[in-house]
Design a protein around this ligand. Sequence first.
Ligand SMILES: Cc1ncc(COP(=O)(O)O)c(C=O)c1O
Length: 382
Amino acid sequence: MENQKHLFSLDEGVHYLNNAYKAPLLKSCEEAALKAIAGDRTPIHLTPDSYFDTSERIRNEFSELVNCTPSQVALIPSSSYGLSSAMNNVPCGEGQYALTIENEFPSDYFALSRWAKKHDSTIKTIRPDATSAHQAKDWNERIMAAITSETAVLLMSSVHWMNGTVFDLEKIGAKCAETGTYFIVDGTQSVGARFMDVQQYQIDALICAAYKWLLGPYSTGLAYFSSKFNDGIPIEESWMNRTNAKEFSNLTTYDGQYTADAGRYNVGQTSNFILAPILLKALEQLNTWGIHAIEAYAKELVEPLRNFLLSKGITLEEEDFFSAHLFGIKLPATVSVETIKTKLAEERIFVSVRGSFIRVSVNMFNTSEDISKLIQALDKVL
Ligand SMILES: Cc1ncc(COP(=O)(O)O)c(C=O)c1O
């Protein structure tokens, strides 16, 4: 596929290699936003169905992206919200503990930490071996070895948010299924950019903020909950998640029944008349491109950069653990990453610094010119 820059409105001359920080808005999303705002001027067209239709379409689109039924999808306002919904419903048996990986994102870590306090349990953190020549491979093996029947829950990101290290979700999910461990995945940094299949990976809950790879607006997100959560307790008791919610004249016949499957985990005011139409447009675009085309585009795009870095002696993750959409460049200790970030910004090249890595992330709006500009700029400092 050709680059899709024409579908975005990025400023001229900007080389935005920072989708992992925040996605730029699609033109179609901007149009949907303006239409939604205009629709709010005089809300005479709102029917009871309008409160539910867009959310249902969003659930459909996301279910296609992650391979589940739409009823297993919940609309959430943030990862932290979805993670709490999940962790509130993870049991802890006698002597069991939680597992996570080193430098996990704070929203994940704190959800886990609250769970551990509540159950008087502990968190074990699996760290990579910094001296290993095959760090990512070893790290995956260490994670696998750490999952036992004493592991109540494993909560981790689908790829590491700092440098994109790929985790073998299929193998990890299979081990969790074997040991009866809840497998909760934060998909914020890969869903929409990399293949995801909650069934194939035997994921119990998948939580994603939407403002990165789902190309949605801030304050929106999506979650998948497996049937293990069907009888769980949601964070709040929204009237919208009841089976009689569409009967506006009958809402005070208080309905104790939640809507099916993950319906109970939908955030209150799911209709979100301004943000929901934007999110819907973004998901439609992702499904129109198709995840395999998105992956293939990123791979081809960054190949010259990968080759350049390797030729300069920069260590990158090995092929099986490298994801082209998001990766970390570890520069020699003599070079200050912050100084480089500032130098790049002077040339209108935008990346992030995470820990000791320069984090580069690309999406369909990036062009080979963005990549050559970064190569030229790095060539000067390396
Ligand atoms: C892995 C990961 N999860 C979640 C988030 C966002 O968290 P929240 O939606 O709680 O603000 C980020 C943001 O950088 C992230 O990288």
